[in-house]
Design a protein around this ligand. Structure first.
Ligand code: PHE
Ligand code: ZN
Ligand code: ZN
Ligand code: ZN
Length: 279
């Protein structure tokens, strides 16, 4: 067997995509009895971008484990927590894969253009044939895994702990359980988070592919219960620099990044050798 199953010389670019985004500002001014003025300013951005996909040379091609993180940021800032954190963690996992003889094919996706609306992952899933979709056993997503005021949030695939979020495709609950087991073994708390399609797993669950992932929080505010579980500061956003210029290298919690990188590697390695837990 090949002792180095992942050859990162095998990078291939995805299909280029063309996208448009609009920024629209409305100004409505009226004086009683006078005509109402409506002013609309619109800017249009057009761009081309590429997903980057790499997969293990070995492993059962009929049983593909996919792992993804988006590589783009919003134009307002460098996007280090969102999503340099997830991209770096899956890249390091890919590099460490060389120590693991895989049984399943593991495919890493670095998505383009998540921020304008999941364009890269959407295009990828749209472009799969029914046969290719069938071979993807599960999808793991990592978007924001080192928030400065973090909580360990697992996508609520079993719909048991995050309110108002729909359950994922069958198998998503088992993915959540496997991620939860990692935190349990370390004696670390975890909570559920809405499985509502707000990141690149959305197109996968819409296609009926089981999915899961970890999230440490964005613009939402930490609760007192979460402060008791994870430390940090209740009443403050998980990431006060979310989508801002200050999402720089100082906007990372090193402990959260370290723990989550380990959780990601643990989960990928387990699924790389065995996916029988996921129907
Ligand atoms: N997708 C959001 C972003 O990139 C962040 C997010 C991730 C929100 C996961 C909810 C759940 O801005
Ligand atoms: Zn974002
Ligand atoms: Zn993101
Ligand atoms: Zn749950």
């Amino acid at each position: 067997t090949d002792p180095f199953p992942l050859d990162l010389g095998e990078w291939r670019a995805g299909v280029p995509m063309v996208f448009a985004s609009f920024a629209v500002g409305n100004e409505l001014a009226g004086t009683p009895g006078a005509t109402v003025r409506l002013k609309v300013d619109a800017t249009l951005t057009l761009g081309t971008d590429h997903n980057v996909i790499a997969e293990t040379r070995t492993g059962n091609a009929k049983n593909v484990v996919m792992v993804g993180a988006h590589l783009d940021s919003v134009p307002e800032g460098p996007g280090i927590n969102d999503n340099g954190s997830g991209a770096a963690a899956i890249l390091e996992t890919a590099l460490q894969m060389r120590h693991l003889p895989v049984r399943n094919k593991v495919r890493f996706a670095f998505w383009a253009a998540e921020e304008p609306g999941l364009l890269g992952s959407d295009q990828y899933v749209e472009g799969l044939s029914a046969a290719e979709k069938d071979k993807i056993r599960l999808y793991l997503n990592f978007d924001m895994v080192a928030s400065p005021n973090y909580a360990y949030k697992l996508y609520d695939g079993d719909d048991s702990d995050a309110e108002g979020s729909p359950a994922g495709p069958p198998g998503s609950a088992q993915i959540e359980k496997q991620l939860a087991a990692f935190f349990d073994r370390r004696g670390l708390a975890h909570v559920g988070t809405d499985f509502d399609g707000r990141s690149d797993y959305g197109p996968f669950i819409a296609a009926g592919i089981p999915a899961g992932g970890i999230f440490t929080g964005a613009e939402g505010v930490k609760t007192p219960q979460e402060q008791a579980l994870f430390g940090g500061t209740a009443g403050v956003a998980y990431d006060s620099c979310y989508h801002q210029a200050c999402d720089t290298i100082t906007n990372i919690d090193a402990t959260a990044l370290d723990v989550n990188a380990d959780a990601i590697a643990d989960s990928v390695a387990r699924f790389a050798v065995n996916t029988t837990a996921v129907p």
